[in-house]
Design a protein around this ligand. Structure first.
Ligand code: GAR
Length: 194
């Protein structure tokens, strides 16, 4: 059984999908034993508390250059095997990613290599997809390395764009149809193969 730490920044619907997948048995080779947020006000922390999962806050603004060392310390103290970035809005340096090589997963709300990399996060990704006029988008789960959204792809799922989509309606559909499905499946895959 792998110890899974989930890193969050906001609403935490992907964290919720992981918690639900654990309850339903989709995730069975690992257990979420820690949720860390860089944002003390993240609703994701409440979701973790409701599921009786230990939480920690690593405030990047307060910690400055010590942010990643603080993260590494908490992760090591909790014997973390697998790290899941689930709406975690901080870019991690090579020092951090190489410390946990092939152990960090991220969910990104587009079909990588489209609409990804620096500046492409949250709603901006869907604004860019609609602005370009693509007819299909989706979500990607990938390993995290030193290149933002550049690590090896684990799973992808396509989602159709509708004529009247707004960034908000598209974000919601990409989450429901793709992210909340492929993130738990990818976490189980990596836990069972490690
Ligand atoms: C999700 O759509 C996730 O893919 C995206 O932010 C949202 C977080 O929602 N992540 C990124 O854009 C990372 N580059 P959540 O807090 O409800 O899971």
């Amino acid at each position: 059984m792998k110890n899974i730490a989930v890193l969050v920044s906001g609403g935490g619907t992907n964290l919720q999908a992981l918690i639900d997948a654990q309850s339903s048995g989709i995730i069975k080779s690992g257990k979420i034993n820690l949720v860390i947020s860089n944002n003390p006000d993240a609703y994701a922390l409440k979701r973790a508390e409701n599921a009786n999962i230990k939480t920690a806050v690593c405030n990047k603004k307060e910690l400055g250059n010590d942010f990643e060392d603080a993260l590494i310390n908490i992760l090591e103290q909790n014997n973390t095997d697998i790290i899941v970035l689930a709406g975690f809005m901080c870019i991690l340096s090579e020092k951090f990613t190489s410390h946990f090589a092939n152990k960090i997963l991220n969910v990104h709300p587009s079909l990588i290599p489209s609409f990804c990399g620096k500046g492409f996060y949250g709603l901006h990704v869907h604004e860019a997809a609609l602005g370009y006029g693509v007819k299909v988008t989706g979500a990607t789960v990938h390993f995290v390395n030193e290149i933002p959204d550049g690590g090896k792809i684990i799973m992808q799922k396509a989602v159709e764009i509708k004529e009247d989509d707004t960034p908000e309606t598209l974000q919601k559909r990409v989450m429901e149809e793709a992210e909340w499905k492929i993130l738990p499946l990818s976490v189980e895959k990596v836990c069972s193969e490690n």
